[in-house]
Design a protein around this ligand. Structure first.
Ligand SMILES: [Zn+2]
Ligand SMILES: [Zn+2]
Length: 200
């Protein structure tokens, strides 16, 4: 009996990532503009590098068009990103916008019958699930080498301080390791001339 099927269906209707195709006429050529903030339920991206954080929203601006085989979804999705500059490690925040185009096939369409399971998106129980489409597009578009600014000079390899914070001409004297021991001994025994082979 259909009772068992009705409860997940109703839960689905409240999921903002799902578009109910009943809102769109099946007649080819009809279209529906969808502007919706989609909640990010688990963080996307690369931890500490660049992420779209859980609890933020993705602004979707999509056109859904009826075509013979299904519904063509196209438009943009925009998400706020957070991460760290890959040169100086400062926190950076930004925005990533992606364009998406995807055909969701009707269950009984030729596309559905001739395409493999993972080859084409499908309309399931009259719903279009926008999540895999938007999520995958965003993840692929995230900048994997985020920068706080294009000309960020990064960190001094000698002391780890940010070049932007250092005095002009900042540098580190590099001492030959063979001399370093001598320098250290001279510093430890200032003006003491009585040392006699004490390094044995
Ligand atoms: Zn930087
Ligand atoms: Zn330094």
């Amino acid at each position: 009996m259909p009772e068992g099927k009705s409860s997940p269906q109703r839960a689905d209707a409240r999921n903002p990532w799902l578009f109910d195709t009943h809102e769109l006429s099946r007649r080819p050529g009809s279209s529906h503009q969808l502007r919706r903030d989609l909640p990010v339920e688990s963080t996307l991206g690369v931890p500490d590098v660049v992420e779209v954080e859980e609890g933020t929203t993705v602004a979707a601006d999509l056109l859904l068009e009826s075509v013979v085989e299904g519904v063509l979804v196209s438009g943009t999705a925009t998400a706020a990103t957070r991460g760290h500059c890959s040169r100086c490690l400062d926190p950076v925040s930004g925005e990533t916008e992606v364009s998406v185009t995807e055909l969701f096939a009707y269950p009984d369409s030729t596309t559905d019958e001739t395409a493999d399971e993972d080859e084409v998106s499908r309309i399931v129980d009259d719903y279009i699930d926008l999540e895999p489409l938007v999520r995958d597009a965003l993840v692929l578009a995230l900048p994997l080498v985020p920068l706080c600014s294009d000309d960020c000079e990064g960190l001094c390899s000698g002391c780890g301080a940010k070049w932007a914070d250092l005095e002009p001409g900042h540098g580190h004297e590099t001492i030959d390791p063979r001399w370093a021991a001598l320098v250290q001994r001279l510093e430890e025994t200032p003006g003491d001339g009585t040392a006699d082979g004490s390094d044995r």
